[in-house]
Ligand binder design. Structure first.
Ligand code: ATP
Length: 296
């Protein structure tokens, strides 16, 4: 934490304004990440200190109630971070703050070293490369799977210049590659509305991937899935490691175990702050975590 501009401004002062925004062609991307291997971003999010997301002492109050209470947390570039915690711990509120849906009363929220997210509005934050998936899948049900991905790519302004009425070869290749990643190759021509819940969830993740996010926020993506669908989703997210950084809020502990493995960091939130952090084994043994969340 002490290497971040929020605490070490002499080394790398955070610029004023909205860095990396403007004509929609210069959205920053995580430097070093292949982003599905298609577009090289001219302006990378500065992850030179290894941090993609930095929250320090973030407080959000609703009336007199503190949903976030001096929350401090960092996510490393390329990391897949699982966040768990009891109902009302502030997990969704944290994601709302990161994406600009909710403004914090106080605290620092940075993407990389220099992008102060508290100075940006929701659309600007989406342009910085933060993608968010809500619990319920939102796909275009009346359109085929392929078109869903195409529409998602066209929503990304950087592609307007290169996308004509017909997709050029590189654009088609991106869609084909994403179909393979989300394992829906054989469903490309089916209407999205005909897909199972698990397939729709994977399609929506694919739609987010078409926008080449640097950081993906996933809010209970396994909710409502069968066991098989849940494990297939875990395989997909594990495959995305190195492509983008991810933060996954989840209650399903088997899913969390499949994502975190033996060494992945898990954050436990309670009462608007971090209660414990470390490997899944570590937090499972933490007395405070057992008390407030996991039970005996
Ligand atoms: N807009 C709001 N107005 C008032 N209170 C709110 C608002 N949004 C959230 N809260 C409260 O803030 C607290 C944290 O809510 P939040 O949804 O962030 O928790 P959570 O950890 O995501 O819970 P869950 O696991 O149930 O989704 C809760 O007590 C909730 O009732």
């Amino acid at each position: 934490m002490d290497t971040h501009p929020a605490t070490d401004r002499a080394k790398a002062p955070a610029p004023r304004g909205a860095p990396g925004l403007g004509d929609g062609l210069d959205r920053p991307a995580l430097s070093g990440a292949p982003a599905l291997g298609h577009v090289v971003q001219p302006n990378a999010i500065d992850v030179s200190h290894g941090t993609i997301l930095y929250l320090e002492d973030v407080t959000v109050s609703f009336g007199g109630f503190r949903a976030l209470n001096k929350l401090s947390l960092t996510v490393d570039a390329g990391e897949l971070r699982c966040v768990i915690g009891p109902n009302g711990a502030g997990k969704t509120t944290m994601m709302d703050v990161i994406t600009g849906k909710t403004s914090p009363d106080s605290g620092k929220v940075y993407l990389g070293q220099s992008i102060d997210l508290t100075r940006l509005n929701e659309p600007q934050i989406a342009q910085t490369g933060i993608g968010r998936k809500f619990q319920k899948p939102t796909v275009f049900e009346q359109h085929p799977v392929w078109e869903n991905l195409e529409l998602a790519m066209k929503a990304d302004k950087r592609w307007w210049a290169s996308l004509r009425a017909r997709l050029d070869r590189p654009a088609q290749a991106r869609i084909e590659h994403t179909l393979e990643v989300i394992r829906l190759e054989s469903d490309a021509r089916r209407l999205a509305g005909e897909l199972s819940h698990g397939q729709k969830q994977r399609l929506e993740i694919g739609m987010l991937l078409m926008q080449q996010p640097a950081l993906l926020l996933l809010d209970e993506p396994a909710a409502g899935m069968t066991d098989d669908e849940t494990m297939e989703l875990a395989v997909l997210l594990n495959r995305l490691r190195g492509t983008c950084s991810m933060m996954v809020v989840e209650h399903d502990m088997e899913f969390v175990a499949a994502l975190a493995g033996a060494t992945g960091r898990v954050t436990v939130m309670a009462e608007g702050r971090v209660l414990a952090e470390g490997s899944l084994d570590h937090v499972k043994r933490d007395e405070a975590v057992i008390e407030s969340y996991l039970g005996r």
